[in-house]
Ligand binder design. Structure first.
Ligand code: 3PY
Length: 251
């Protein structure tokens, strides 16, 4: 069976969502919904490092790969969630080739990178270290987020960094960073997203994007995006409750 990383690298469409509710029950409910993967959001939630390990465990029960969005570029955070068994990392706010290269170094073991060897959950608490080292370098997904004006300006150099699997666009942050918020910024933001997408695809690499709803997933897939993070557990929960309540009032 083709691995999650290979699906990403081969531009197969994968659809996931951000998991931000710090409880394994939410992961189990979300994981059973037919997603290709989950991304546990350590950057923008109450989720703690200890809880991340339980959430990954819950996703594993459903055989859904669980990536983790780390809060920043610190190599120890990246290694720590990979040791917990994450299927990969999403590193936010990568704006230069040097930052992209540092993410590769933190994610891969030597000779590719500098990740430290530890007897964490991913290596069966030490029993499987020899097997795990090679499997980790082959199977873990490294996605970096381009979401700043600086990242947009440096996109050619970032795309040239070996070892990045997915260049993921964060439209919310990007819109703020390039001063393209609200309806008046729509065209400017769309042009920026298209520039990143076409540059990444011209280099044969994989593009991802956050979309708050599925409405324009088809449009961005046509533009060359194949890795989608669709809303979040809390967004789906809120929208579903609101729709149910509205329907009950209207009945
Ligand atoms: C963004 O849209 O900026 C994101 O980071 C998505 O979570």
């Amino acid at each position: 069976m083709i691995s999650f990383r290979q699906k990403c690298l081969q531009h197969e469409r994968v659809v996931g969502t951000f998991a931000s509710i710090p409880h394994p029950v939410a992961i189990e409910v979300t994981a059973a919904a037919g997603l290709n993967f989950l991304c546990i959001d350590w950057e923008h939630s109450q989720i703690s490092r200890e809880r991340i390990e339980d959430l990954i465990r819950a996703a594993d029960v459903h055989q859904v790969p669980a990536m983790v969005r780390v809060p920043g570029h610190t190599p120890e955070w990246i290694a720590s969630v990979l040791d917990a068994g994450a299927a990969g990392v999403l590193v936010p706010r990568v704006s230069t080739a040097a930052q992209a290269e540092a993410a590769v170094q933190a994610t891969r073991y030597p000779p590719i990178g500098e990740r430290g060897v530890g007897p964490g959950r991913a290596a069966a608490y030490g029993y499987r270290i020899p097997n795990y080292l090679q499997a980790a370098n082959e199977d873990l997904v490294l996605a970096i987020q381009v979401e700043t004006a600086e990242g947009l300006a440096n996109i050619e150099a970032i795309v040239a960094v070996e070892g990045i699997d997915v260049i993921f666009i964060g439209p919310g942050d990007l819109s703020v960073s390039i001063d393209a918020t609200g309806p008046s910024g729509t065209e400017k933001l769309e042009a920026a997203i298209r520039k990143i997408t076409s540059t990444v695809r011209a280099a044969g690499r994989t593009v991802g994007i956050f979309r708050p709803s599925p409405d324009d997933v088809g449009k961005w897939a046509q533009a060359g995006v194949s890795f989608f993070l669709l809303a979040s557990d809390t967004m789906f929960l809120g929208a579903s409750i609101a729709a149910g309540v509205a329907a009950a009032h209207a009945a």
